[in-house]
Design a protein around this ligand. Structure first.
Ligand code: ZN
Length: 479
């Protein structure tokens, strides 16, 4: 079998360098698209209304195995590679603090490896790669699911970089993000306070109201907010504009919807109290995840079959230097163990504190639990049987979305973890081609869980993909 490590290392490091934000990943998407095209894949660019979304396919007939790839970076996480202290990289404020440079590259590698297997074996089947933009706060896959992009698949498989090797089980949370914009009346705060109506008061009262609402929601619900606009910096002016962004999460999209309606009532109440107006701008949403025990078992077998990476002294000493900067961080939040029951989580957290790199696979029990966090992979999982795992690319204990994560994005262990992930995904694809009964069972479980109900997109139809609230509004005006 051909070895793609040189090409994939190059691809991943280039995407790390580009560090492009959600829906701006032009060079990152093109790097993967043109690479797959040069390998004979049929590439369709700009799908589902997003310039940086694409699909690539090779082969024909069933099964149709889909690999999901991401490549967006995060704002504010600019960091030089290969050093163990915070030092922003010149020329950009962005960084790959979630390892998506590795994510997209490994999934593309899996597509190539499975293509080679289909070619050599002469077996029927189609391999597809999906370039999924804007995972970080953009819900790219949700728009793709809405457009029916994944309908043609027999299964979707993906992975995520992290501190450990584990099949991801349980359900991530459904969410929605909403902007509440208040309009008031400005006035001189000392000379004519009675003529002013404060939009900032409205934001503050809304936040207080929501904080009281917390007592009367389910323990698995989550509400977070960030004030985007405080109405200016002058206390002697009654602020006539203010804006707050809410992220609302629950265990499924229906519950998110209900909680969203309650938060809206609080916003309207705050507007009424302050005699201001509130504008409600629905920003984006993602579904919870529907896990699939058949596919999880398959991934676990493949993870055990593919040899885990081995690390050099030099690689481990860099891992140690980074680890020393995150000693006081609890490693139990790592994506590879966050879904485990407390006892098991504590056991692995202890190991993660000791190990410089995770050189083992977390035991896999299929669990029906809620995982604190959200991902737009969830929307794919309600369209087609889907499974995912994490592979060790950083020293365990590295927080997600941190400078330490960005700093390790081009390291030897990161690139080795990426190759391991590519091989695991490809092996899973190969076994699905060889034994159609696995997909049949995965499909049966999927149908049982969904009760045959069709996927409902949590983003209203009139909302188009957008980089920010301003772009959202332009889209709404033009629609
Ligand atoms: Zn991520």
């Amino acid at each position: 079998m051909r070895d793609y490590s040189r090409e994939l290392n190059d691809l991943s490091c280039r995407i790390w360098d580009y560090a492009e934000l959600k829906f701006d990943e032009a060079r990152s998407a093109e790097a993967i698209a043109s690479f797959l095209e040069s390998e004979g894949f049929l590439v369709t660019r700009g799908i589902a209304g997003m310039e940086t979304a694409f699909s690539a396919s090779w082969g024909e007939g069933d099964p149709v195995i889909g690999f999901l790839g991401e490549y967006d970076a995060l704002s504010g996480l600019s960091q030089e590679a290969g050093i163990a202290e915070p030092r922003p990289r010149a020329g950009t404020g962005n960084g790959h603090g979630c390892g998506h440079n590795l994510l997209g590259s490994a999934s593309a590698g899996a597509a190539l490896l499975l293509r080679d297997y289909l070619k050599e074996s002469g077996k029927p089947g189609t391999v597809m790669f999906f370039g999924c933009p804007g995972e970080e706060g953009g819900s790219g896959k949700t728009y793709m699911a809405r457009e029916g992009i994944f309908d043609q698949l027999s299964t979707a498989l993906t992975w995520h970089p992290g501190g450990g090797n584990a099949v991801l089980t349980g359900s991530f949370m459904a969410n929605c993000q909403v902007c509440y914009r208040f309009h008031g009346t400005s006035s001189h705060a000392a000379a004519a306070p009675h003529l002013g109506r404060s939009a900032l008061d409205a934001v503050e009262l809304m936040d207080v109201g929501v904080n009281y609402l917390r007592e009367h929601m389910e323990p698995t619900d989550r509400i977070h907010y960030a004030i985007l606009d405080t109405g200016g910096t002058s206390p002697n002016v009654v602020q006539n504009h203010a804006e707050v962004l809410y992220l609302i999460r629950s265990t499924d999209s229906e519950k998110v919807r209900a909680l969203y309606e309650r938060v809206n009532k609080v916003a309207k109440g705050a507007a009424m109290m302050t005699e201001t107006e509130v504008e409600i701008l629905f920003d984006k949403a993602a579904s919870s995840t529907l896990s699939n025990s058949v596919l999880e078992d398959l991934l676990f077998q493949c993870m055990k079959k593919i040899p885990l990476p081995e690390y050099t002294e030099e690689e481990l000493s860099f891992a140690k230097a980074v680890k020393d900067t995150c000693r006081d961080i609890d490693p139990s939040g790592d994506i590879s163990i966050s879904f485990l029951p407390n006892r098991e989580k504590k056991h692995y957290a202890r190991l993660y504190r000791e190990k410089l790199m995770a050189d083992f696979i977390v035991e896999h029990p299929h669990l029906d639990v809620y995982v604190a966090g959200s991902s737009d992979v969830g929307d794919v999982s309600f369209v087609v049987p889907t499974a995912q795992f994490s592979a060790a690319t950083v020293t365990p204990g590295t927080p997600a979305h941190s400078w330490q994560m960005t700093a390790q994005g081009k390291s030897g262990p990161a690139l080795k973890g990426m190759m391991y992930a590519a091989k695991v995904l490809a092996e899973a694809g190969k076994q699905l081609v060889d034994d159609p009964s696995v997909l049949k069972r995965a499909r049966e479980e999927f149908l049982e869980e969904t009760g045959g109900r069709k996927y409902v997109c949590p983003i209203p139809a009139h909302i188009r993909p957008h980089r920010n609230i301003r772009e959202l509004e332009t889209g709404l005006r033009n629609s």
